[in-house]
Write a protein that binds this ligand. Structure first.
Ligand code: MSP
Length: 511
């Protein structure tokens, strides 16, 4: 069976996730659910990045030891991911023994390759990015991501010979055009590689919070060097070689555009140095903006995902994020826009479609549709085309396109109702067989809409398919069988409450 190893960035735990960080996990979850639906054995890993100075400082502010603080945050993070229906298979923390073992082994292999040396670092350091900055990276002396003044640090450091890997990386980018997506990120990084790479510091001295450097226990491993290794420690590097053989290399790292350089330059260079295979692909998504700025706790523009779910419902929230923000680009979240999309896409369109077909099947056929005679109408062909386009979009991780394509099927089904006028067929002598056929075809198209929406809206997708007579659980559902037009399956349509009652502005505004 083919397999798919998928990861997201691991999060700093100095604050709770906001809807921007949640966006990354939700979109990765859409991909994981889609892969599982395709019958691909999928391993989806997320986790927490704990050895950050900000985490240490936050714990100090609260007067707790950093590890207990991280334990507490793990509970909060997990609760949020659960509420958002993010179906990860493993959750890794960088303070775990399995990760420490892996970091030590990786550092040792890189040292054995002759790629570490001692030096002295003097320069800027942005604690929020946990990143060394050059003067040219700053705008008016501030970090452009966090809009704060970096610290000036001077310390003995251990350096990694990143510069040595520049040519190998360029060759890899050339021979693997899919390595970094989307195109805009690839071009940025190619320009960076072409302009040359400098060696990077991989340790911090005088700090106790972190993994000690095996060759110099007075220093800890630089938090990024430590964190990147999570992707391979989660599958057993240094602790379980059989698992590494089963899952490594990763198929896809999903990360934000601010950290694609770490993932497409530093991380592959570390792996090359340690003699490990490179991940197949890195996808750098864009940012969710809120109130005109990147959503961020430090910028004061964050939105609590739990609060958002309480207001919006988890499935509508997921649909909005996936459909509204072209995957790979930045996009906005606003409650006004959310309400507009909700009413248009869900209340008036899809929700109404489900209610209409259900009502007609009850009115004209007491809820049961016998196997229809004759051949299916045009909707079957439209569905086949839509399924093909959906697959093609998912292959490129154009999640927004996959959602939009699904809506083409919703639109085509609504048009089909208008064209076929089932209410007239019901009143017409000798049209009984034709009416069954038409109702059956509509229900079948709606069932497939439910399947296609499943990765984005796991609850609603399943519920739509269930109401259209497909009781298969998400776990047992398989792509080809599920998306192939069923010609002979008499079915009972299930009634249920209106899926998405219209929202009135007063419910959502003022946030
Ligand atoms: N800990 C590092 C990642 C280490 S991965 C080996 C980190 N953590 S973070 O908590 O700051 O960010 C986690 C992820 O959330 C990153 O991929 C980041 O790009 C993403 N996002 C943070 N703010 C975001 C938005 N406003 N919108 C979309 N993604 C956002 O970086």
């Amino acid at each position: 069976m083919s397999r798919f190893y998928l990861t997201t960035a691991i999060d700093y735990v100095n604050s709770r996730p906001h809807l921007g960080t949640a966006y990354e996990k939700i979109t990765a979850d859409v991909i994981a659910r889609y892969q599982r639906l395709r019958g691909v054995s999928t391993h989806f890993v997320m986790g927490n990045d704990e050895h950050s100075q900000n985490v240490y400082r936050r714990a100090q502010e609260l007067g707790v030891d950093p590890l207990s603080y991280c334990d507490r945050m793990e509970v909060e993070f997990r609760e949020i991911w659960k509420t958002l229906d993010v179906s990860f298979d493993d959750f890794i923390r960088t303070t775990e023994d399995r990760h420490r073992a892996s970091v030590s082994l990786m550092v040792k292999k890189i040292a054995d390759a002759g790629d570490l040396y001692e030096g002295f670092y003097e320069g800027w350091y942005c604690v929020s990015c946990e990143s060394f900055k050059q003067e040219k990276d700053l705008i008016d002396g501030e970090c452009p991501v966090h809009q704060n003044r970096p610290d000036w640090i001077k310390e003995k450091n251990h350096f990694f010979r990143l510069s040595k890997y520049r040519d190998a990386l360029l060759r890899h980018f050339e021979s693997h055009p899919e390595f970094l997506c989307p195109e805009i990120r690839r071009n940025e990084i190619l320009r960076l590689l072409e302009s040359g790479l400098e060696d990077i510091s991989i340790s911090r001295s005088g700090q106790s919070w972190g993994i000690p450097l095996p060759s110099d226990p007075e220093s800890v491993v630089y938090v990024w060097f430590d964190a990147l290794i999570n992707y391979i420690s989660a599958v057993g590097f240094g602790t379980d070689e059989d698992r590494v053989a089963a899952w490594w290399p990763a198929d896809l790292h999903i990360v934000g555009k601010d950290i694609t350089r770490f993932h497409s330059v530093v991380w592959p260079a570390m792996l090359l140095s340690a003699g490990q295979e490179l991940p197949h692909q890195v996808f750098g998504h864009g940012w969710v903006h809120f109130k005109g700025h990147r959503m961020s706790k430090s910028l004061g523009t964050s939105l609590d995902p739990l609060e958002a779910v309480a207001r919006a419902g988890v499935d509508p929230l997921r649909l909005y994020l996936v459909r509204e923000i072209p995957y790979g680009q930045d996009g906005d979240f606003s409650w006004d826009r959310f309400e507009e999309r909700y009413n248009a896409d869900l209340a008036n369109n899809l929700g109404n479609l489900v209610s209409r077909i259900t009502a007609m099947v009850y009115k004209y056929r007491e809820g049961h549709l016998a196997t229809p005679s004759g051949s299916p109408g045009r909707l079957a062909q439209v569905t086949e085309e839509v399924v093909g386009r959906y697959q093609a979009a998912m292959k490129r991780y154009a999640l927004h396109e996959a959602a939009a394509v699904t809506y083409q099927l919703v639109d085509a089904t609504n048009e089909y109702i208008t064209e076929t006028e089932p209410w007239k067929l019901a009143a017409e002598d000798g049209a009984a067989g034709r009416l069954t056929r038409v109702l059956f075809d509509i229900s079948e198209a709606v069932r497939i809409v439910g399947i296609l929406l499943g990765p984005v809206m796991p609850n609603a997708g399943r519920e739509i398919a269930r109401r259209m007579g497909d009781e298969t659980s998400e776990r047992d559902q398989r792509w080809t069988q599920a998306t192939t037009w069923r010609t002979e399956s008499a079915r009972t349509i299930l009634r249920g409450e209106s899926m998405w009652p219209r929202l009135e502005s007063k419910n959502l505004r003022n946030s």
